[in-house]
Design a protein around this ligand. Structure first.
Ligand SMILES: [Zn+2]
Length: 821
């Protein structure tokens, strides 16, 4: 009797485990709807609230707040794993840190122990692009399922992997979209995208910041990934347009980045095919592989991992209308062939089962994303040791290859005139886990390009970049004390190479001879973009034991070296570079414009005050009484003048500056104001002000000229005040940008031209002759005022620091102009 009672007691205890599991709150019990239901959306506080409850109720879930977003919302990550793993997270973090740096592992036995005991760390990130909203909702369902499921497959996942689930790396954007969606629900505008950037500065470019680390969100997640946890697999969940495939998953399209290990590309492909097969087995149609998206460009959420020896997976589900179902007719399905996708209606090997058109719901997106996430976790769990070993081996190979002959290191020589750019560059490198040392004693080294001595800081500062193309004969020279050195013999060798080398994008043409556009930019070489000299070291005379080096911990050490103000807390420590106060207005269109967002980012970072000028302000006029200078960031003239088309959005978001605004701009310049135009916006100035300039690239076919996101050389007239203190040659960012010719005898002061030879410094340039010697930056006097036209993007993505001085110089001269009046 007693025995039977106790066994009943034990049985009850045993049964109580799943009973306990049932007390874990479902998303529906908290939200009042199941994530993915038509026309429902959870905002950020609902999402974080749900994860907090899950953290409290489940011993499989631990939620950590990484910090605050740009607009001060909590950025969270949920660790999900078996109870015993969650209790031992510090131990697993330590194992990851050792596997990430094979120099910490001195014996094979030690390595084998780590491989035997480690867990595969998988990061899943949802809705970095906030209008691709479904994944953020899916994250709650995925977490709930993993926290409650008792089946053997889920247990295997939980035992062998640690999931870092990021419900969104852009919390502000989730609320921007959720609030807008709720506001427009049931109106004619239901399902339309909000007419503002869904990241305060970057909008869609929040996924273009993963090596520069300008944004708080990228800084926080980069620390989580590449200082603390080193995920072996990073899965970035996106949505694409609505008329193509239903779901894209790797393998990717060409070209691959040559610095990505072939083993990584194979692993990416293997996981992608597993996802595709699982989706097919579950009855989903329209899955596409080997098309559209590529691995060339560095800087995305799933591309940065390749340069940290990790697997980056992207999925792109077809979009509904935010959380509203949409109907796609057969006629609407894409027919034209693009980058490996032949046709959305015909089957091909990489698209074997076309979707037959019809209704498309948020639930379809979510179901595919859940299968995909699950599929990736299953692979990670089943091949745990292989993933850990490959990850470790990639780091080890990097260290070995970096120690062989050939390039040994990059140096950032002391004494460059651009201290803030040097501090920013080194800070970004350290923040992404790259090792940077300071030389506490001179070194002697053979450099592929000589260091340019700058007794006169103005002269020839960037001359070395131009010589890079010709590779001067190597010679031993002294690398001065206080320089910085980045060795290639480090686990992140490929990251250093990919950030420092010039990119040489392959000449890819379509069957019609037009340029085949890259997925993103073609070139990004960071020292070039930032105007920082960084020659490659081929050999060092002093053996390791004779070198005196200090490993840097953060950007403040560099700032201290360079006698710059130190960064404290959240505020940017950079001093306003303007010589005197200037009243600056930056035009903010009703159509969201990332170039405008990045401009605000740069102004805030450099602590230069400005006001945003809205369409209504432009229409109202009286601009001279408020501003000395107005900036039109890169935007098409028609968009500036007309704004969003009436009827597409609520009335307050439609209409641009209109003809009244153009008239007021003219009055502003005629009265002595300075109008500064970036790239596309130059069109407006040229046409409306009848300037004696012509954009020579307008209407040119891509078979004749193409330059998609590349770094080009400018020849600069540094006697002009706007180029004051700049070198004679400056790298500039060109992204399908503009080039001008001037009428003979026209009253145009040319400040910079695209170089006469070796124009391309990094990326892809087809039809160089169309750019050679054309005007890149000019000033034209109009009435009492001036118009400054930048053909390129002087602040592109907050990365092009080499050309920022042109902006500061122009604004400084705007002030002096006004004070003379
Ligand atoms: Zn996206």
């Amino acid at each position: 009797m007693t025995k039977r009672l106790s066994s009943i007691f034990l049985l009850t205890l045993f049964l109580s485990i799943p009973v306990l599991a049932q007390t874990i709150p479902s998303p529906k019990s908290v939200l009042g709807f199941t994530p993915g239901d038509d026309r429902t959306v959870a905002g950020w506080s609902q999402i974080t609230d749900y994860f907090e409850r899950l953290d409290q109720a489940s011993d499989r879930v631990l939620v950590q707040t990484l910090g605050q977003s740009t607009l001060k919302r909590p950025l969270i990550v949920a660790f999900i794993s078996a109870r015993e793993n969650i209790l031992a997270l510090p131990k697993y973090k330590e194992i990851q840190q050792q596997l990430a740096d094979p120099r910490k592992i001195t014996q094979n036995l030690q390595r084998d122990r780590l491989l035997a005991s480690g867990k595969v760390v998988v990061a899943i990130s949802c809705s970095i692009h906030s209008t691709e909203i479904v994944a953020s909702q899916m994250s709650m369902q995925l977490a709930y399922e993993l926290a409650t499921a008792q089946d053997a497959d889920t247990r295997e996942i939980l035992q062998n992997t640690i999931l870092m689930l990021i419900p969104s790396p852009n919390p502000d954007g989730i609320d921007i979209v959720a609030n807008w969606y709720r506001k427009t629900l049931g109106t004619p505008y239901e399902g339309r995208e909000p007419p503002e950037l869904y990241h305060h500065y970057a909008g869609h470019d929040d996924n273009r910041d993963w090596f520069m680390l300008n944004l708080k969100e990228t800084q926080l997640i980069t620390r989580l990934f590449w200082h603390d946890w080193f995920p072996q697999i990073v899965y970035d969940v996106h949505q694409q347009g609505s008329n193509g495939s239903r779901f894209f998953i790797p393998p990717f399209y060409d070209p691959p980045n040559p610095n990505i290990s072939p083993l990584l590309l194979r692993q990416v492909g293997l996981i992608g095919h597993k996802v595709a097969a699982d989706l097919q087995a579950a009855g989903f149609q329209g899955v596409l592989t080997n098309a559209l998206y590529d691995t060339w460009w560095h800087g995305g959420f799933r591309t940065a991992p390749y340069f940290h020896n990790s697997i980056g997976i992207l999925s792109e589900a077809a979009s509904a209308r935010l959380m509203t179902p949409s109907t796609v007719t057969n006629e609407q399905l894409a027919r034209s062939s693009t980058r490996g996708m032949r046709n959305a209606t015909e089957s091909s090997t990489n698209f074997p089962d076309p979707w037959p058109a019809g209704e498309w719901r948020p639930r379809d997106i979510m179901s595919m994303e859940l299968i995909s996430a699950r599929s990736i976790l299953e692979m990670a769990a089943k091949f745990r040791v292989e993933y850990l070993r490959n990850f470790y081996e990639l780091g080890r190979t990097n260290i070995e290859s970096g120690s062989k002959s050939g390039p040994q290191a990059y140096i950032i020589p002391a004494g460059q005139a651009r201290d803030e750019a040097v501090a920013k560059l080194i800070g970004s490198l350290i923040d992404q886990g790259v090792e940077v040392y300071r030389l506490d004693r001179e070194l002697h080294a053979i450099l592929a390009t000589p260091i340019v001595r700058r007794t006169n800081p103005v002269a020839e500062k960037l001359g070395s970049y131009r010589r890079l193309a010709s590779l001067n004969s190597p010679a031993m020279q002294e690398v001065p004390l206080g320089s910085y050195i980045i060795f290639l013999a480090q686990p992140q060798r490929t990251n250093v190479l990919t950030l420092f080398e010039p990119q040489i994008y392959p000449n890819r043409l379509t069957g019609q001879g037009e340029a085949e556009r890259p997925y993103d930019v073609a070139g990004w070489t960071l020292p070039l973009q930032m105007g920082v000299e960084a020659p490659v070291v081929m050999a060092i005379k002093e053996p390791a034991k004779e070198r005196k080096l200090t490993l840097l911990k953060d950007a403040n050490e560099v700032r201290a070296d360079l006698a710059l103000t130190l960064k404290k807390g959240e505020e940017s420590p950079i001093k306003n570079p303007l010589k005197q106060p200037v009243r600056v207005g930056i035009y903010k269109s009703s159509t969201s414009n990332m170039d405008e967002g990045w401009t605000r980012y740069i102004f805030d970072t450099f602590n230069v005050p400005y006001s945003s000028v809205r369409d209504a302000d432009m229409r109202q006029g009286g601009l001279s009484s408020k501003y000395d200078a107005l900036i039109l960031t890169s935007q098409a003239a028609t968009q500036i003048v007309n704004g969003n088309t009436a009827g597409t959005l609520p009335q307050e978001y439609t209409g641009g500056i209109t003809e009244a605004g153009v008239k007021n701009l003219k009055e502003f310049v005629n009265n002595g104001g300075m109008l500064i135009c970036f790239d596309n916006a130059c069109d407006l100035a040229i046409k409306e002000f009848n300037l004696p300039l012509k954009n020579t690239l307008e209407g040119v076919r891509s078979s004749e000229f193409y330059c998609p996101g590349s770094i080009v050389a400018l020849d600069v007239d540094n006697k002009h005040p706007i180029a004051s203190m700049l070198p004679a040659s400056v790298p500039a960012y060109f992204i399908n940008s503009s080039a001008f010719s001037a009428a003979p005898d026209a009253n145009v002061r040319v400040i910079a031209r695209y170089a006469n030879d070796n124009v391309l410094l990094s990326g892809w340039l087809l039809g160089e002759d169309k750019l050679r010697g054309q005007i890149a930056l000019a000033e034209v006097g109009v009435g009492k005022g001036r118009i400054v036209l930048f053909g390129f993007r002087p602040q592109h993505r907050g990365q092009a620091w080499a050309t920022l001085p042109f902006i500061w110089n122009a604004l400084s001269s705007a002030a002096s102009n006004t004070s003379e009046d």
